[in-house]
Design a protein around this ligand. Sequence first.
Ligand code: DP6
Length: 392
Amino acid sequence: MADTKVYRASTTAPVNIAVVKYWGKRDTKLNLPTNSSLSVTLSQSDLRTLTTASCSALFPASEGDSLLLNGAPSDVSGARTQACFRELRARRASLEAADPSLPKLSTLPLRLVSENNFPTAAGLASSAAGFAAFVRAIADLYELPASPSELSLIARQGSGSACRSLFGGYVAWRMGAQENGGDSTADQVAEASHWPEMRALILVASAAKKGVSSTSGMQQTVATSGLFKERIATVVPANMAAMEKAIAERDFEVFGEVTMRDSNSFHATCADTYPPIFYMNDVSRAAIRAVEAINAAAGRTVAAYTFDAGPNAVVYYLEKDTEAVVGSFYHVLGGVDGWKTAAIGGLKPLLALDEGVAGLLQAGVSRVIMTGVGEGPIKTDEYLVAEDGSPA
Ligand code: DP6
């Protein structure tokens, strides 16, 4: 009898925000980076992608592979997505070749359905969580015996930063040296439980799609910036070493300083790109001034800012410094959405922020997200594809 079963697997995957940035590819086809990078995985209670991968002989072959993302069909024909499908299928096919009793899932069309638990209006790049969930869900569907590091090699080809979202806690993506990218994978530097007090306050300065995508922006930097050569040769290797030591020793002073310096270095290479690329705006710079003022008032580094390819500020801090950090931002931004009021009720600001800085933040920050370090992908029995194969 023909096998008409709908095979399904579901997983959630987290967002990660780098503290040593990936910026630049040495091979655009294999998506190999010019430098190693390091990130903190954020809690999935606040930010996560849920993806169900399914396949069945019932799905018409003419449909091919498909992806429904936040309720809308999404194009899967791009080279990056195709590379992920191809790599995962090849691994399943070799399992099937070794054990003929296995169902031939590698020959069936894949239906993927994916949803984010955060609004697109949060203005956060979701490609990291998206590709990590995509790869993890298909790997689970195919019952691949692959480790997260092996899967990171596949997710990397979807989107570089996605390779770091296959782990929780503190994660490094090692640039590797091999031409085929076989050693360009992610590994866990420390579990979330090693330093669970790490928190992140995200100031959403714009939900608009970024002007210059990271994919194209980074290659413009590689091609034209002199400063970038220095960044990858000396700045990043030193930052990676310092950051790994800071995490091992739970040293927030060093963690914070390296985070801010690396963000500054990355955005300096953007400004040094010709023509220049500007991701930060006046609101971002006001957030930097605010963090500097908070640290000065505290007399130590209690908060650390970092910016990706857009104006949103991510401010890392430790739980014990919630009052100093969150209290000070809440004082000026209390009117916007996203505060976990139970956690911050009654907090006193450490200082009153400068009026100019406060005004810019009030005019430009549309919402905040309060989160912290969290776990890697989690298998779940919540399915976005019903047993009959239709979107649930
Ligand atoms: C600034 O991972 O989005 O967020 O590999 O081209 O998909 P592609 O780029 P992507 O770049 C992220 C760049 C960054 C820094 C980082 O996350 O390390």
